[in-house]
Write a protein that binds this ligand. Structure first.
Ligand code: NAP
Length: 248
């Protein structure tokens, strides 16, 4: 990877997205990030590697803000790349509530906006902006929760299942693209910390997640990011549409 690679990473202010952006910058790629908060550490890394970085600040749970972010992303994408990567990584597990408690339409809508709508709109902008003859690859960071029902995660499971199925349509419509919905496994990030703080009445699997953490079974964001990036640029990427990084 080098400066001919242009990468867009959503949710790069922390967690898996931050590790992905750091490693892309370290490899010399030109990187555009989208999240609500600025990450000064990323700016330092970019400076150290002489790699151009643009951090777009946007709330991807709000439709108007998604469209603005898509416009800013398009404006920031250079035309002279040979490889363009879109890593749709930003996501939320909230609201964590069982079906009979899901009265809050706004909270459900925000989750769908971030986990699904933003992916669709950013993908549309990415497809329109990047040259069709370039090597274009999109990874949608999914979850095992989209493929296996989890009590208390009705919203999260539904958004990730929607993301998986959207990925299938995208691949069908655009055989020129390489695309996959990739489950990353259980990673030691703020999202896992948040999950461990869940109300057990709403999330009966709580103990399993506490035990995974206590047993040191969470992967580091850096190790997962490395595996995702190695896979993303490999010839195998896109051969399996609904995939899991633990297969590689
Ligand atoms: P995380 O630590 O919570 O980080 C989430 C990222 O998304 C942050 O950079 C956050 O930035 C951004 N984000 C959240 N809400 C946003 C909003 N409204 N607008 C724009 N950006 C927003 O999560 P993570 O664990 O790294 O998860 C990354 C991806 O992996 C997610 O799609 C998640 O579903 C998936 N995943 C994670 C695990 C796991 O074990 N951690 C397992 C399976 C799948 P700001 O707060 O600055 O906006």
């Amino acid at each position: 990877m080098d400066a001919r690679t242009v990468a867009v990473v959503t949710g790069a202010s922390r967690g898996l997205g931050k590790a992905l952006a750091e490693q892309l910058l370290g490899a010399g790629a030109r990187v555009i990030t989208i999240a609500r908060s600025h990450n000064p550490a990323l700016a330092e890394i970019a400076q150290r590697h002489g790699a151009p970085l643009q951090q777009v600040l946007a709330d991807l749970s709000q439709p108007e803000s998604i469209e603005t972010a898509a416009g800013m992303m398009s404006a920031a994408i250079p035309a002279d790349g040979t490889r363009y990567l879109l890593l749709n990584n930003a996501g939320t597990v909230d609201p964590v509530k069982r079906a009979d408690e899901l009265f809050d339409a706004k909270a459900v809508e925000k989750a769908f906006n971030l986990n699904v709508v933003a992916v669709m709109v950013l993908t549309a902008a990415f497809l329109r902006t990047t040259p069709a003859q370039a090597d274009r690859r999109i990874v949608n960071v999914s979850s095992g929760a989209g493929r296996k029902p989890t009590r208390g995660w009705g919203v999260y499971c539904a958004t990730k299942a929607a993301l998986d199925h959207y990925t299938r349509v995208l691949a069908d419509e655009h055989p020129d693209l390489r695309v996959a919905a990739l489950a990353p496994g259980v990673i030691d990030t703020a999202m896992q910390q948040h999950i461990r703080g869940s109300d057990q009445r709403q999330f009966p699997d709580l103990d399993r997640f506490i035990q995974l953490h206590e047993g040191g079974q969470l992967a580091s964001p850096e190790s997962v990011a490395r595996r995702i990036l190695n896979h993303l640029v490999s010839d195998a990427f896109g051969n399996k549409l609904l995939d899991d990084i633990r297969n590689y």
